[in-house]
Design a protein around this ligand. Structure first.
Ligand code: EPU
Length: 333
């Protein structure tokens, strides 16, 4: 069954806590429901599919149909050697999946604990943290074509995953609804402590649950809880600069944090914003979070324009101070 709502507030569907409306809101609970909705619908109205709304900035009311999956499920579909394949419904809460997997002895997701997301969006966005990314565990992604209603499946390779990117955000944008994601997890626990800040605080012989709890502790100390302070996690992506630009920056700021990236050097946008003097500052009802400058927050009753204005001001100042352009990670609708 699908539920339909009209002139519906998206307040509960965007973690920024913006009170924007959509003309129509449809939530389906199975692949068949979605297909019959697509078959019957008036095609003149634009469609936009959301997940948990944790990475969205609605810049105004939406004049079309917002689609949301209600597909659930967590099912082991195969064991191959020391790998286990788990097929998960797109609307499952990501962190519940991490918790269930760790409890069941299916390992790999520990570093991705507490990332606010639904499973479908986790694949679209290739969520990541502490040296791990969803793509490291995604085996395949099942979809429904929003135009033809046909079902299909893409392998990990076909999704073309990269840093906070997949084809679902690129050339396939708006084309598919993700219905199920199959993860390939390990029956052997091998902690991933490649992220420097994590290695520094990890204790010896931590089991998977202890590592998960450590990640939760770090995240809770740095990132605001959207239930109490509206936000969408990292608002910007970390920019990548070429070697000569990096040398120039490092000579002026010897302590600049950085990571190697495939085509240059990645600089934390949070550091750039912090050094530009924005950490903890407000503009209207939007602010830069005091403990992590990469996060923009709704300080109370913010309108979309408040967030947009702050985002532009921050980008302009980073450009002026460092000559680096930073771009939102958050999806603007
Ligand atoms: N930093 C500052 N000031 C700040 C924030 C950061 O100086 O206000 C410095 C930190 O001291 C550190 C460096 O910047 O040296 C990196 O900070 P952090 O470890 O917090 O990570 P990040 O690069 O800011 C990324 C992800 C986060 C993820 C963390 C941990 C992106 C856009 N963000 O943040 O992802 O949790 O690494 O892996 O890649 C998200 O995507 O929503 C998200 C929270």
């Amino acid at each position: 069954m699908s539920t339909h709502r009209y002139d519906y507030s998206l307040l509960a569907h965007n973690s920024f806590g913006l009170d924007v409306k959509t003309k129509e809101f449809v939530e389906y609970s199975s692949v068949d429901d979605l297909r019959s909705f697509l078959c019957d619908r008036d095609c003149d109205r634009p469609l936009f599919h959301i997940g948990g709304g944790n990475n969205l900035l609605f810049t105004k009311d939406y004049e079309g149909v917002i689609l949301h999956s209600g597909i659930k499920g967590f099912e082991v579909t195969g064991i191959e050697g020391r790998s286990v394949l788990v097929r998960i419904g797109a609307s499952e809460i990501w962190d519940n999946v991490v918790e269930k997997s760790v409890e069941a002895g299916y390992y790999g997701l520990e570093n991705l604990s507490l990332i606010p997301s639904e499973v479908g969006a986790a694949a679209v966005q290739n969520i990541g943290a502490y040296g791990a990314e969803a793509k490291d565990f995604i085996d395949s992604v099942e979809v429904v074509d929003l135009e033809s209603g046909e079902c299909g499946s893409f392998s990990n390779k076909e999704c073309n995953f990269a840093y906070r990117f997949s084809n679902f955000k690129g050339s396939w944008r708006g084309k598919y609804a993700v219905t199920y994601v199959t993860l390939r997890l390990s029956l052997d626990y091998k902690p991933n402590l490649t992220y420097r800040a994590l290695a520094q605080v990890a204790e010896e012989n931590m089991d998977a649950l202890a590592l998960r709890n450590k990640i939760i502790e770090i995240r809770e100390s740095k990132l605001p809880d959207p239930k109490t302070l509206g936000n969408a996690g990292s608002f910007f992506m970390n920019p990548i600069v070429d070697a000569s630009k990096f040398k120039e920056l490092q000579s002026e700021y010897p302590d600049i944090p950085h990571y190697d990236a495939p085509n240059g050097v990645k600089i934390p946008a949070g550091w750039l914003i912090d050094k530009s003097g924005w950490r903890g500052r407000k503009l209207g009802n939007a602010g830069v979070y005091e403990k992590q400058a990469l996060v923009l927050v709704n300080v109370g009753n913010a309108k979309p324009e408040d967030i947009v204005r702050l985002s532009n001001a921050v980008c302009d100042d980073v450009k002026k101070k460092f000559g680096i352009e930073i771009f939102p990670e958050v999806n603007w609708v």
